[in-house]
Design a protein around this ligand. Structure first.
Ligand SMILES: Nc1ncnc2c1ncn2[C@@H]1O[C@H](COP(=O)(O)OP(=O)(O)OP(=O)(O)O)[C@@H](O)[C@H]1O
Ligand SMILES: Cc1ncc(COP(=O)(O)O)c(N)n1
Length: 235
């Protein structure tokens, strides 16, 4: 039987904690086939972002056309979209699919990954057509505290499930990719959100004592220490 197809539209992180790498590995961990549209190349490590190179618009559009026309993904997950043109492109091409929008505007390191123009494009074009939007607190503020049913503010784990670790680089990407994977397996939004929270908490627990890099280390995306996660089973 074919796995569900999910496409991530996001930037690369040379340090392998966030972005496309985190998304594809999370998709693999959760039993979906991952396709990818690369929007930007970042020179980044556990301590911060050194450089950002947006991919030319035509090349982003060509990647998206290829994936949509040939692989027909059931779900789309967006991360760093880099330019307002790409935000508008995604809104116009992906509104008819399960669409998880992680509005990547501020990195864990504090680096700004989205301009004022990008924020406006999100508000006007992408937020209204998303299935779920997963801003963190800073991104929620930057977006003007949108008051809509599809907005799920991520808060770094609630008291019961919070894992004490500084290895949290990539948690937002992992969380939104897990959410898109569970939706692609056919579970409802509330269940998918709860499972994504539990998945990230478990992955954070697994990597909590890692000492990779000198800054905020990566969350484990793939290592699954106990039984495999529940995928499309009844809610
Ligand atoms: N310390 C933690 N313990 C348990 N769960 C956590 C922890 N940190 C993050 N999470 C989980 O990961 C999700 C995303 O976390 P967070 O909001 O910190 O991501 P982010 O990297 O700031 O997001 P973005 O990619 O939007 O910038 C949270 O909703 C929560 O489910
Ligand atoms: C290419 C890219 N995409 C997304 C993030 C956000 O992830 P985080 O909030 O964990 O820094 C990032 N730092 N880099």
């Amino acid at each position: 039987m074919n796995p569900p197809v999910v496409v991530t539209i996001a930037g690369s992180d040379s340090g392998g904690a966030a972005g496309i790498g985190a998304d594809l590995t999370t998709f693999a961990a959760l039993g979906v086939h991952g396709a990818c549209v690369v929007t930007a190349v970042t020179a980044q490590d556990t301590t911060g972002v050194r450089a950002i190179h947006p991919v030319p618009f035509d090349v982003v559009a060509a990647q998206l056309d290829a994936v949509l026309e040939d692989l027909d993904p059931v779900a789309v997950k967006t991360g760093m979209l880099a330019t307002p043109e790409v935000v508008r492109l995604v809104a116009s091409r992906c509104a008819d699919r399960l669409l998880v929008v992680d509005p990547v505007l501020v990195a864990t390191s504090g680096a700004v990954l989205g301009s004022v123009e990008v924020v406006s494009a999100y508000r006007e074009h992408l937020l209204p057509v998303a299935t779920v939007v997963t801003p963190n607190e800073d991104e929620f503020e930057a977006l003007g505290r949108p008051d809509a049913a599809n907005v799920l503010v991520t808060r770094g784990g609630d008291v019961a499930t919070r894992v004490a670790t500084s290895n949290d680089h990539g948690t937002g990407c992992t969380h939104s990719s897990a959410l898109a994977s569970y939706l692609a397996h056919g579970v409802d939004r509330a269940t998918a959100a709860a499972r994504a929270d539990a998945f990230v908490a478990r992955q954070l627990h697994h990597s909590k004592d890692w000492t990779l890099g000198r800054g905020r280390g990566p969350v484990a995306h793939l290592f699954v220490p106990t039984s495999p996660p529940t995928l499309g089973a009844p809610a």
